[in-house]
Design a binder for this molecule. Structure first.
Ligand SMILES: [Mn+2]
Length: 152
């Protein structure tokens, strides 16, 4: 499947009413990738919230979150019932028990394949970073990353 077809299939999962929850194990690659998803879904979904479950303590991660205004929220502060599309990015559902409470509609990752049961799966184990994959999505969607997204 080429990038254009992939993007089309990805976007087909959302309507203008979709409330999307992106769940990440926050590190710079995951944060940057989740922000790219949010950007790609701008005007394609009603709401996109990025939630993380790990405690973010490393100063570089904190600086990145502040600098990029990524709007990250803590997973235990979100109510699953407020969302209807679930995305996991830069991880697969079996990577952490915190992911296990969700049935994901989208899995986008670059780690070795271990879990690919979802309506939309894009796992490229030959990529060094998930954000590299997302750069391709942005390009395919003809989006120039904003300064903040590019910084991420
Ligand atoms: Mn990664």
């Amino acid at each position: 499947m080429n990038n254009q077809e992939k993007l089309k299939r990805f976007l087909n999962l959302f309507t203008g009413n979709s409330k999307v929850l992106v769940v990440i194990n926050a590190d710079p690659d995951a944060i940057a990738s989740a922000m790219a998803v949010k950007r790609i879904l701008w005007r394609k979904a009603a709401e996109v919230v990025i939630a993380h479950f790990n405690r973010i303590t490393r100063p570089d991660n904190l600086a990145m979150i502040e600098h990029t205004e990524s709007g990250l929220v803590e997973l235990d502060k979100v109510d699953k019932k407020d969302f209807d599309v679930f995305v996991i990015i830069d991880s697969q559902p079996d990577h952490h028990e915190q992911f296990s409470g969700f049935t994901f509609d989208v899995i986008i990752d670059h780690h070795p394949l271990s879990f690919d049961a979802a309506p939309y799966v894009d796992i490229r184990s030959d990529y060094g970073a998930c954000s590299t994959m997302m750069t391709e999505y942005l390009k395919t969607r003809k989006i120039k990353p904003s300064a903040k997204l590019a910084a991420a």
